[in-house]
Each structure stands twice: as C-alpha cells, then as structure tokens.
Design a protein around this ligand. Structure first.
Ligand SMILES: Cc1cc2nc3c(=O)[nH]c(=O)nc-3n(C[C@H](O)[C@H](O)[C@H](O)COP(=O)(O)OP(=O)(O)OC[C@H]3O[C@@H](n4cnc5c(N)ncnc54)[C@H](O)[C@@H]3O)c2cc1C
Length: 438
C-alpha cells in the first residue's frame, strides 16, 4: 500500500524549487504506480515522479500527485555473465554502486555525485566526463514504463526498440519509469592525477587532453590564471586511496566547509575576498588509485545553483575563452568554479549529446545568490554554438529556442503524444521546454 503524507510540500536539494502537490505518495510496486496513474488519468489529475530532488530546474514540480519511488529501490536481477542488472527505478546511484561492487561490476561512468536515483539521473541525461563515454542514459538497455494512461510497457533491444531509444532521456514527460536494465562493466580502479595548471595551457592543449585521458575535466575559478585539473585513467593497480585525514582535509574541509565559509563571507563583504579569490585554484593536487565510483563521485555539502551547457567539442576552446572574457567584465566575484567536461555522442533524441560529441561548461553560484546576469551572459555566448542546456540545470530557454538544436525533436514529440495523450505527466517546466501537447 503506497504510503502518503499529511505534509506534501516538496523542496529540491538546492532549495530553489518548491511545490505543494495535492498528494505525495510512496508506492511500493509497479502495480501501485499503474493504479495511481490510471486513476489520475480517469479524473484528469496531473502526476509527477520525483527522484532524489537533485535537479535545479522545476522539472519535478507539480500541484497534482507527486510520486517518490524511494521504496522501489531493489536490485531484482544480476546477470554477471552479461554484466547487466535489473533494478527498480528509485534506487540511488550510491546504493547501486555498492551493490554492483559486491558482484564485481561497476557503472562505466558517473557524474560528480551519486545521490541521484537512477531514473532521475537518466531522465535529464546526467553525464560524467570522458570523450568515449556517453551519458548514463546510454547504459540503459531495458525499461519498464507506466504511461500517461496507466498502461505498463517494457522495452529493450528486442521489444519496442524504438521506444527504448527515445525514452531513455524522457525529462519525466513520457510516464513513470519503474524499472531499468543497466549495462555495466567489470569493476575497475582509476588512477587519479589532480594538478593545478594555467588555463591557457589547458585550452591550447585541449584536444590532447581529452584524447589522452579516459576522464578529463577541470575546474576554473573565475578570475584565476590557473585551474584544478583532474585526469583519471583506468589502471590495473590495486586501490591505494589517500589516507582518511588527507581525504577529510581535501574533500570535506577544503571542498565543503572552508568553501562554504568563504562564500558566506563573500556574500556579506564581497571586497574582503576578492584579492584572495584571484589566487584560488579551487582544489589541491592529488595522486592515488581508487575504486571507480568513489573517484567519480564526491560529497557535496555546500548548496549551490548551477547551469550547464553542452556544445560541439571543437567549439570548446573558443567558447571557454569568451566565457573567461565575459566573466572578467562581470563586476561580481564568483567564488564557485566553472567546470569543463566532455562526453560522447549518442542517438537518444532528447539527449543533450544527441548526434554530437559534446564539451560542457558548467557555471555555479552559492545558494541564495542572484545568478541572472552571470548565467544569462554565459548562455548568450553558448547560443552561438547551438548550446544545449542540461535538462536538470538552470537555463532561460524554451521550446521555441530549443527545437532547432535537436535534430530528432519530432521523434520525441511523437512518442510523447502516444504515451501521454492527455498530458498526465505535464507540468509548467515541460510546457516551457517541450511545448504544450498538440
Ligand atoms: C550537487 C549536484 C551535482 C550534480 N552533478 C551532476 C553531474 O556531475 N552531471 C550531471 O549531468 N548532472 C549533475 N547533477 C544534476 C542531476 O544529476 C540531475 O538533475 C538528475 O536529474 C537528478 O536526479 P534525481 O534523482 O534527483 O531526479 P529529480 O531531480 O528528482 O528529477 C529529475 C527529472 O526526472 C524525472 N523523474 C525522476 N524519477 C523518475 C521516474 N521514476 N520516472 C520518470 N521520471 C522521473 C522527474 O520528474 C524530473 O523531470 C548534479 C546535481 C546536483 C544537485
């Protein structure tokens, strides 16, 4: 029986998105989800599913029924031979990673955190970094979906192939995803090399860096000359992680507590930190070997707002130089780094990397800081490169500006009209970014 609550308010992780659904429910099975959606369809009510609430956009908001699949978090099947697992859609990535490690498997790539639910992560095309690695949705080889009419459909490489291709990145518009089959890889370790290097060198040597490393990324503090660089490469060497004290000092104190304090001071007395900020590389050097998922994902205790844009990989050095130039004229001290990553092209219609190898530029500000001028300025630059905003991160686009940036926009629209003819899963965000249903 689905648990319900008397206090239905929902607030996302960053605290910038809040809604008051008519009802919040925690179903425990696909059958329950289908019953709830079927009833909503019959009565014309709206439904949304929320994962871990880690999107910065209003993607998961509703004034109808809000479902959380937190109680649908089981691993239902492990196929070690084919390196596949069937999981319920509410499982969190950190939990999945541990369960995979127990059977000698791992996700091929991950983003910076592992708090997300698997369904929420794929819905917005969550990605990590790696020239030859697609986003998390590209690892999905089967899905169970409760459509907008309450019907349950399974799709994989044999049954409903086209639906699988499209539905992997659904932005919550096609129905409630209740199970997914994930293609994993044998468990692996990563050799971590973190350095501080001049930004100009990183831009001049961009191609060599992304081609020469399994996972390349850097964090550049606006105004600084140098950036914090991460080159993570697969290794057969055994784990040799930094000791607990070093890890605590770097990740918890450096990247969270001290960082939070600096941002608080900056908000109250911006002039006080301006001089210091110029010299902040935004990280410390490191060299160790760790379990892949522990290397990819870090703890994030400092709350912030984020915008991230994908662009054709060849556009990156010029775009990043223009972003640097723009930031230098901004007149406000940003104490959160800009992150640069890369990922492989895929064939998923609404994937932000559809049909093109993508470089990424992500801008962040401390929570409760105004971001309009900063994010808007960067967005305008990236518009020149047909930039595609991350579906789960802040942006100012709508369906009129987005449609031409997705060659397979119509394939998604057709699937949406078929699976959710009455708009049961619609909300204001989808009306804005995908347009109203015809
Ligand atoms: C600190 C932080 C770090 C991040 N790092 C990265 C990163 O490294 N790379 C990256 O690409 N992104 C990153 N993100 C963004 C994040 O991965 C995405 O916003 C992701 O969608 C969040 O997953 P979630 O489970 O919280 O989903 P939610 O935010 O709860 O939901 C996202 C969307 O998925 C839909 N949805 C959720 N569950 C289901 C379901 N079962 N069926 C159908 N639809 C569903 C929701 O309705 C909504 O539309 C980060 C976010 C934060 C806060």
């Amino acid at each position: 029986m689905a648990k319900r609550t008397k206090r239905p308010e929902f607030r996302n992780w960053a605290g910038n998105q809040v809604c008051m659904p008519a009802e919040r429910l925690w179903p425990t099975s696909t059958r329950e989800v289908a019953d709830i959606v079927g009833r909503a369809y019959d009565s014309g009510q709206r439904v949304k599913v929320v994962g871990a609430g880690h999107s910065f956009t209003s993607a998961a908001l509703t004034d109808g029924v809000l479902l959380s699949l937190d109680k649908m978090d089981r691993v239902e099947m492990v196929d070690v031979e084919n390196q596949r697992v069937l999981v319920q859609a509410g499982i969190r990535l950190f939990d999945l990673n541990d369960r995979l490690a127990e059977v000698g498997l791992a996700m091929s790539n991950l983003g910076d955190i592992a708090y997300q639910s698997i369904a929420g992560a794929i819905a917005t095309a969550t990605h990590g970094t790696g020239l030859k690695l697609g986003n998390l949705a590209t690892t999905i080889v089967g899905m169970e979906i409760v459509t907008g009419t309450g019907e349950t459909i399974w799709c994989d490489e044999r049954a409903n192939q086209e639906l699988l291709r499209v539905a992997r990145v659904g932005v919550g518009a096609l129905g409630a995803v209740t199970k997914v089959m994930v293609q994993c890889v044998p468990a692996f370790n990563l050799h971590v090399a973190e350095t501080i290097e001049p930004l100009d060198d990183l831009l001049d040597g961009y191609t060599e860096n992304i081609e020469g490393n399994d996972h390349f990324e850097f964090f550049w503090m606006p105004g600084a000359k140098r950036a914090h660089v991460k080159r993570n490469n697969r290794t057969l060497r055994a784990e040799d992680p930094p000791n607990r004290v070093t890890h605590f000092t770097n990740k918890i104190i450096g990247e969270n507590i001290a960082f939070d304090a600096l941002n608080r001071v900056n908000r109250r007395r911006p002039g006080a930190v301006r001089k210091v900020a110029k010299y902040l590389p935004g990280g410390v050097e490191a060299d160790y070997v760790g379990r892949s998922d522990k290397v990819f994902a870090s703890p994030r205790h400092v709350r912030f707002y984020e915008m991230e844009y994908g662009m054709p990989v060849e556009a990156f050095p010029e775009a990043m130089r223009r972003v640097r130039e723009f930031v230098s004229t901004l007149g406000m001290q940003i104490l959160f780094p800009i992150e640069a990553r890369v990922s492989a092209a895929d064939d998923i219609p609404l994937s932000t990397a559809n049909g093109r190898t993508s470089s990424w530029i992500a801008a962040h500000v401390y929570k409760n800081t105004s971001y309009d001028t900063y994010f808007n300025g960067i967005e305008k630059i990236l518009d020149d490169y047909d930039g595609r905003p991350h579906w789960g991160k802040l942006h100012f686009q709508d369906h009129r500006t987005l449609e031409s940036r997705y060659p397979e926009w119509d394939a998604f629209a057709e699937t949406r009209a078929k699976l959710d003819p009455a708009g049961t899963f619609n909300n204001a965000y989808l009306d804005r970014v995908l347009g109203p249903l015809d």
